[in-house]
Write a protein that binds this ligand. Structure first.
Ligand code: ZN
Length: 509
């Protein structure tokens, strides 16, 4: 039967005003896009090579192109390096996995184990300490390459691109990241970036943690994938019970690699770890949902949160990172210090990751983690997984850490008494966004959606004012809270709680 091929010219305009790491944003100063926001997928032809011609804007000749997307070498209109022209991708999956930034950003470059990396800063960021950022990010990248490839120190992205590109959007208070096979799109606050001649803020560790997290994904999830993502089906949700491995382990290693590469010290690392433990323990949702369930429901629940989510959900990121820490210690103890979670990562890399884009591209089976950990380390973690991954039990970090010489100490956070709610100001009104289960407001009958209008007959105007009104009371005092629920005025006597947010600190014993 004859097989006809039609060339159909197709013209369309895209509305591009989403300044997030997953969208597309064009204005007179720059243009950024993810292929997912721009390129149509042709049913039945997604395995075919794609060419994309980028045309320069008419209002300036100064823009350059920053992307890990390879240049279409051999094509008559092939782009020159950083130039406009034709770029190429081997298939649709690759085409949408190389975001593109065009403009006049600040750029730094370095090599890690011989592989070229570049970091591109878009947005106003005066007096950036580029030397400091270069030095720190270089160390992080080099450490991660050496973790996965201790012998050959081969960077993972060379199967897809000539270099790795960090596309950083600098804003007032943005935060976020999205990983790709040879690049990542990051959003950061300019206050988290170091300035020349000034000691960096704690926020700089947040930025480096984000860099480390997304870079780690170059191995863990961009190449080592759940079988459910290999191949990824773009027409429907892709469910897996394993996101605690792909996001949780990555969240464990992001800060750990800052410590190992020497960009932060032990005290800073323990502070970050204490923060993660505090965050997980603050939410009662961890007793109701396992990280395996949380993974599976990512599409329908974790990314569609409602007013009750803090009471009903657990994060496969944060609890997943504690599971990774627990597993790391259990493996080290079970193997008498000869194996660690690193060995698991390396086995996953060799088995599933290294040749993912070169070969058949299989992924990690839903029920194979226990077997793979035993193969990599000789340690049986079946019971640990049953309790802390499939079940809702807390990872026993107090015991595990103390066996490693680290004491977990809980200190009540100082501060005013509290209603244990989260509020949101909408047009000058203080709305209750979340009522934390078991807290003061919950016991007193308040509900998410209530509009708080008065505390002991004094008017509540904005969130800062609610805190000020509570400032004069102590825990166990009863206050009368007036709220509108729907259009009905209600009054609830509420017994205030002490600041329930106790903080975990870790001390070397
Ligand atoms: Zn992630």
């Amino acid at each position: 039967m004859a097989h006809w091929r039609w060339n159909i010219p197709f013209e369309y305009t895209v509305y591009a005003w989403d300044l997030s790491v997953r969208g597309a944003h064009f204005d007179e100063s720059h243009a950024f896009f993810n292929g997912t926001s721009i390129f149509l997928s042709v049913t039945g032809q997604t395995d075919e090579p794609c060419h994309i011609r980028l045309a320069p804007p008419v209002h300036t000749r100064r823009w350059k192109v920053y992307t890990s997307l390879p240049i279409a070498s051999g094509h008559p209109e092939a782009a020159k390096q950083y130039g406009f022209g034709v770029y190429a991708a081997p298939n649709y999956d690759a085409l949408i996995d190389h975001p593109v930034e065009m403009g006049t950003p600040q750029v730094l470059r370095f090599k890690a184990h011989g592989a070229l990396h570049e970091m591109v800063f878009t947005g106003v960021a005066p007096k950036l300490d580029m030397a400091r950022i270069t030095r720190d990010v270089q160390k992080i990248c080099a450490s991660q390459i050496a973790l996965f490839e201790p012998t050959h120190k081969q960077a993972p992205f060379l199967d897809s691109a000539q270099r790795y590109v960090f596309l950083v959007m600098v804003t007032g208070d943005g935060y976020g990241g999205l990983e790709h096979r040879a690049s990542t799109a990051l959003m950061t606050s300019r206050h988290d970036l170091p300035s020349l001649g000034v000691e960096p803020t704690e926020g700089y560790q947040t930025f480096l943690g984000l860099v480390s997290h997304e870079y780690f994904h170059t191995w863990n999830v961009k190449r080592i994938k759940p079988a459910a993502f290999a191949p990824y089906n773009l027409n429907r949700e892709n469910h897996t019970r394993l996101l605690w491995v792909f996001e949780g382990f990555t969240s464990y290693y992001d800060d750990l690699m800052l410590l190992r590469s020497g960009v932060i010290g032990q005290n800073d690392y323990l502070r970050l770890l204490g923060k993660a433990i505090s965050t997980v323990h603050r939410s009662v949702g961890r007793h109701k949902q396992s990280v395996a369930e949380s993974s599976f429901d990512a599409w329908t629940r974790y990314y569609k949160q409602d007013e009750n989510s803090p009471n009903a959900l657990v994060s496969y990121y944060t609890k997943g990172s504690l599971v990774a820490l627990g597993l790391d210690i259990v493996i080290r103890q079970g193997s008498h210090g000869t194996r660690s979670l690193d060995d698991v990562m390396r086995l996953l890399w060799e088995r599933f990751g290294r040749d993912f884009y070169r070969g058949a591209g299989t992924g990690v089976g839903e029920n194979s983690i226990i077997r793979l950990i035993r193969e990599a380390t000789g340690v049986d973690v079946a019971e640990f997984i049953e309790r802390h991954v499939e079940g809702c039990e807390d990872v026993p970090l107090d015991r595990l850490l103390s066996q490693q010489g680290i004491a977990m100490v809980w200190k009540p956070a100082s501060g005013d008494p509290t209603l244990n709610i989260r509020t949101r100001v909408v047009q000058g009104e203080t709305h209750i966004a979340h009522v934390y289960e078991g807290g003061a407001a919950h016991a007193g009958g308040l509900s998410a959606g209530d509009i708080v209008v008065a505390v002991d007959s004094l008017r509540v105007t904005e969130s800062g004012n609610l805190d000020k009104l509570l400032h004069r009371y102590q825990a166990e005092d009863v206050v009368l809270i007036h709220v509108f629920r729907r259009d009905e005025l209600r009054a609830f006597p509420v017994t205030l709680a002490a600041q329930a947010r106790s903080e975990c600190t870790l001390e070397v014993s």
